[in-house]
Design a binder for this molecule. Structure first.
Ligand code: ADP
Ligand code: MG
Length: 228
């Protein structure tokens, strides 16, 4: 297993109430998988991905990354693990507007503490997502699909243990969404990159090789997907 939630509960205070976003969830992801967390809005997908991506901590239970429990690390230590080991792709791309495509990708390498020359790695990551002619464009000068490609390059440039993508196609039209899925799958098959993504869209679900269904904060099914 690359990463795993073990008996994880996550609750958020909401006034006098506690919202249970995850209830005693145990689920792991192994090397080379192309897995989706599927479920309706509010089922706990983002909460689960944020925990596996070291962006947040559970209320109880363990979060294992490379077989080590990261649930109790300090903020700084957790941030360092995330920068080195996790590539995270967001629904809204989350690129830094004042930086070019190259600079956005380079920043991820610097935050990961990668030593040695970086320019070639940055260029080849952007080339791999088809953006070799857009290296010096800012996000506002790129389409949504191109921005998500930059985000994929940014996630992959540091050779992370796993790429976690929270509804990566939700802000794209279906043509661009399918192209992004094709690109992810190609990187999974050709380069062995492990992907864990989420969606509430049946089309996207059907592209995964493994479908973990969430409902009301619980895993209700874990089955083979239709993705070739
Ligand atoms: P999904 O990504 O499947 O839509 P989420 O993981 O975002 O689901 O949310 C699961 C539940 O937790 C929802 O009921 C949501 O309202 C609640 N929740 C998520 N984040 C917070 C938060 N920061 N504060 C309060 N409630 C939250
Ligand atoms: Mg979500």
């Amino acid at each position: 297993m690359i990463c795993k939630l073990v008996g994880v509960t996550k609750s958020y205070p909401m006034g006098d109430l506690l919202v249970q976003a995850l209830r005693n969830v145990t689920v792991g992801v192994g090397a080379g998988e192309f897995t989706v967390f599927a479920g309706p809005s509010g089922s706990g997908k983002s909460t689960a991905l944020n925990l596996l991506g070291c962006l947040d901590r559970p209320s109880s239970g363990e979060v294992l990354l490379d077989d080590k429990n990261v649930a109790s690390l300090s903020d700084d230590a957790l941030g360092a693990v995330r920068a080195r080991r996790i590539g995270f792709i967001f629904q809204s791309f989350n690129l830094i507007p004042v930086l070019t495509a190259s600079e956005n990708v380079d920043l991820a390498l610097r935050l990961a503490g990668v030593e040695g020359p970086r320019a070639e790695r940055v260029e080849s990551a952007l080339k791999a997502v088809g953006l070799q002619d857009y290296l010096h464009r800012r996000p506002s000068q790129l389409s949504g699909g191109q921005q998500q490609r930059v985000a994929i390059a940014r996630a992959l440039v540091k050779s992370p243990a796993i790429v976690i993508a929270d509804e990566p196609t939700a802000n794209l039209d279906s043509t661009n969404g399918e192209a992004i899925l094709d690109l992810m799958r190609e990187m999974n098959q050709k380069n062995g990159v492990t992907f864990l993504f989420s969606t509430h869209d049946p089309m996207v679900m059907s592209r995964a090789r493994r479908v973990v269904r969430l409902k009301d904060g619980e895993v209700v099914a874990d089955e083979a997907g239709a993705g070739a």
